[in-house]
Design a protein around this ligand. Structure first.
Ligand code: ADP
Ligand code: MG
Length: 353
């Protein structure tokens, strides 16, 4: 009950909004389930600054619920959620819309950042501010990539420890927060909270095929359809252990590491080509490497070289994330304890110089 009271009091002191409080700005995204705009608030007493508004369809209800839960349980993992409410549709006779408001975290997602020719150096200056004129090279690039991956895994571990599986981890859904100078996860539109059975039935059609793990359903197909909430709450730790649904996100995160290490897989077509090659090798990354390395171009060779630094520790981590069987993939928490991160990434680099 304390939790409920706290949540209620916290809710009372948060700003509330209604439809007419916003001035629409630039459109940031438009998917099948909603439109996202940068907005400013008309309220003179608003201390929120720039905001982001998502006007979502029916799935918005679940997304509001997920964001409220994240706010209380693992606030630093995701973009700062401000408020969510139900609104009558602007079109006559159409279904209700859900409006979701976040703080505007920053201009760039990881997708835009990895598309830049400057990557990963463009990210280094964002995380550290002014960067001295250090020699560019594999070691330095590896440190930057380590730092991005560690921040992403840290955010993911927060979600997973809360019982939430994101199911749509991809660079487009990772935003650089200019305030905290860290990467955060956005877009809980496809997320599932397995502890209380919210959005329990997998919406497999929501999954982005470019980043989805080979298993189609994150829970075994033998798992019965959504039980009532109290039953789900009691069952879910067991189901979690049985199915390890979090490992779906780990596979996607492994593909992000792959894209950071290999420039040729950063484009859509490059990633699709990689997925095709990996499937042909029965999702065995070691077999894939054997098949491509003999005729690798300099780009590909450089990626392997980066992952092979420090005794191949990066390659080891990658192969423990991108595996066919969910059970054999590392958890976010275990990945964070992996020796790949022993050197503390950028922080150590900046202190060492
Ligand atoms: P969808 O993918 O369903 O359209 P997202 O929640 O991923 O919706 O948001 C779409 C885009 O809006 C993101 O890719 C990002 O560029 C931008 N965006 C979303 N939330 C924020 C935020 N809190 N701060 C800054 N930009 C955001
Ligand atoms: Mg998105």
């Amino acid at each position: 009950w304390d939790m409920f009271v706290l949540a209620f009091v916290e809710r009372l002191f948060r700003p509330t909004y209604k439809k007419d409080d916003f001035v629409l700005g630039k459109k940031l995204g438009e998917g099948a389930f909603g439109v996202v705009n940068r907005v400013s608030s008309k309220k003179s007493n608003s201390k929120e600054g720039d905001l982001v508004l998502k006007r979502a369809t029916e799935y918005g209800a679940v997304e509001i619920w997920m964001n409220e839960r994240v706010r209380r349980a693992c606030a630093n993992s995701c973009a700062d959620f401000v408020y969510g409410f139900r609104e009558k549709s602007s079109k006559k006779g159409a279904e209700a819309e859900y409006w979701l408001i976040w703080r505007f975290e920053g201009e760039s997602t990881l997708a835009e950042l990895i598309q830049s020719k400057e990557f990963p150096y463009n990210v280094e200056s964002m995380i550290l501010g002014e960067v001295q004129d250090l020699p560019k090279g594999l070691e330095r690039e590896n440190r930057i990539i380590q730092t991005v991956l560690r921040q992403l895994l840290f955010a993911l571990d927060g979600l997973h420890s809360t019982g939430i599986v994101h199911r749509d981890i991809k660079p487009q859904n990772v935003i650089f927060s200019e305030g905290s100078r860290t990467f955060k996860i956005i877009d809980l539109g496809a997320a599932a909270d397995l502890r209380v059975g919210i959005n329990y039935i997998p919406k497999e059609f929501l999954l982005d095929p470019r980043y989805a793990a080979p298993e189609q359903y994150i829970m075994s197909t033998q798992t019965p359809s959504a039980p009532s909430a109290p039953v789900a709450a009691a069952l879910s730790p067991v189901l979690w252990q049985l199915n390890l649904p979090d490992r779906f996100d780990i596979y996607s995160t492994g593909l992000i590491l792959l894209q950071m290490a290999f420039p040729s897989f950063r484009s859509d077509s490059g990633l699709i080509q990689f997925n095709r090659q990996l499937k042909r090798c029965d999702y065995d990354l070691v077999a894939w490497r054997k098949s491509v390395e003999p005729r690798a171009n300099s780009d590909l060779r450089r990626g392997f070289e980066l992952l092979d630094l420090d005794g191949g520790i990066g390659w080891e981590l990658l192969t423990s994330m991108v595996r066919y069987k969910a059970r054999q993939r590392v958890s976010a928490k275990a990945a964070l304890a992996h020796p790949y991160f022993d050197k503390e990434g950028l922080l150590a680099l900046s202190i060492m110089q």
